[in-house]
Design a protein. Structure first.
Length: 391
């Protein structure tokens, strides 16, 4: 940890991918009929013309995940805590893709896993608008952070994760058919024949063939394995999908195919994504909004184009400067230097201050809060940035 990795990952989209993404982005945006309320004008119309018609699918407030640091020795005791996620707050709207970016160790995976309750939160809330045909309106809002395990299990079908390493997330001893249908079996859904039909259908959706269901994972390429992982995640028809570095391990051309597949499936199944990634070029192309994390905290949250054309937080500016191929027109302010803050021993004040070329008097004493810093609704935590006039 400590080395900044993005600069070692030059990335250029293949021409076909660029074309595809560019033609999709405006239609994708206009087809999403929701927006972040802060980003809308007084009539409820957002910058891209979306109208606000929907409640958030997920409302995260002050979410914290601390890991204990234990002393070595026979009788270990807790001597501190790693603040892997600290006070994360954001809303996620149906059909949108929220990017989570930041250097290695910034807390992206822990944040996503804590929301899905793969990890127990230390504190905070994560209100999820769950499908429930028996509830008025067909939905009920539950706090995932505090829900007892027995109530959580039926909701797991509505929240799924796609992992970075498709091979290690697939059981090598199971056939593809068994891997994909396992969630149906666990939740006791359908007869064997119905389950098989569903597997055949989802295999086709992700670009694989029905005969692939009798093969084992080792017989597939990396891109095909990721398609199997996607099929397994989607067979339960989730509403929320977390893709954690889902394309990072794939060749560039295969990355483009899998990203296009994720975007197509999002439209078809009205999926809402949290897209965790190092690669800012990919994030820029597929996300509606982006949250930038540093040392367990969200330091900037903005609409994608706004973030990339006008990064406000010094850390975001450093991240962009470290990524080649982002956009030659964006003025690069400085390169990130120094070690990533140790989340087990954070510096006082702004956690970024030891690395920040813009630090000034209050930065090593006072912790900045995440607040709205532009009329558009962009939020950032930096003493240099203040709320817009009138807010
Ligand atoms: N089970 C754990 N016990 C203790 N510390 C942990 C645990 N899991 C994660 N951490 C710490 O929490 C911090 C955030 O880790 P996390 O994996 O969420 O980062 P990340 O942003 O996903 O990084 P990467 O980009 O490398 O995947 C790190 O300092 C990590 O060492
Ligand atoms: S609060 Fe200070 S140290 Fe932190 S990012 Fe802003 S200027 Fe830099
Ligand atoms: Mg991670």
């Amino acid at each position: 940890m400590g080395k900044f990795e993005l600069s070692h990952r030059p990335y250029t989209f293949p021409a076909t991918f660029r074309l595809r993404i560019n033609t999709m982005s405006s239609s994708t945006l206009s087809s999403i009929s929701v927006a972040h309320p802060n980003l809308a004008d007084a009539n409820g119309v957002a910058p891209h013309g979306q109208t606000i018609t929907s409640e958030p699918l997920l409302r995260v407030r002050n979410l914290c995940k601390y890991f204990p640091i234990k002393s070595k020795g026979i009788i270990s005791r807790v001597i501190g805590k790693v603040k892997a996620v600290d006070n994360a707050s954001f809303d996620l709207y149906p059909g949108e893709t929220l990017g989570l970016v930041g250097e290695s160790g910034s807390g992206k995976t822990t944040c996503a896993r804590t929301i899905l309750r793969a990890l127990s939160p230390t504190s905070g809330t994560a209100h999820f608008r769950a499908k429930d045909p028996s509830a008025p309106g067909g939905h009920r809002v539950v706090d995932l952070a505090t829900l007892p395990d027995r109530d959580l299990k039926p909701l797991r079908t509505q929240m799924q994760m796609i992992f970075q390493d498709p091979y290690s997330s697939l059981n090598p001893r199971m056939t593809v058919g068994d891997i994909i249908s396992e969630p149906l079996l666990i939740h006791n859904i359908g007869t064997p024949a119905e389950r098989k039909d569903k597997v055949v259908a989802i295999l086709r959706k992700v670009g694989l063939k029905p005969e692939h269901m009798n093969r084992y994972p080792h017989a597939f390429s990396g891109g095909q394995r990721q398609r199997i992982g996607i099929a397994r995640a989607l067979i339960m028809r989730p509403s929320l999908v977390v893709a954690d570095e889902a394309v990072s391990a794939l060749d560039v051309s295969v990355q483009a195919q899998v990203i296009n597949l994720l975007m197509d499936l999002q439209q078809e199944f009205n999926l809402t994504y949290i897209f965790v990634a190092h690669n800012l070029s990919v994030v820029r192309h597929i996300c509606n909004r982006v949250a930038v994390m540093y040392a367990g905290r969200i330091v900037e949250l903005a609409e994608t184009e706004e973030l990339f054309s006008n990064p406000r937080h010094p850390y975001t500016q450093g991240l962009m400067a470290a990524e080649p191929n982002i956009d030659p027109d964006i003025p690069m302010q400085f390169a990130l230097a120094g070690e990533v803050a140790d989340t087990g021993n954070l510096p006082p004040g702004c956690a970024f201050h030891p690395r920040c070329p813009k630090k000034f008097a209050p930065c090593d004493k006072q912790e900045p809060v995440l607040q709205k810093v532009a009329p558009s609704g962009c939020q950032a935590s930096c003493h240099l940035l203040t709320p817009p006039a009138g807010s």
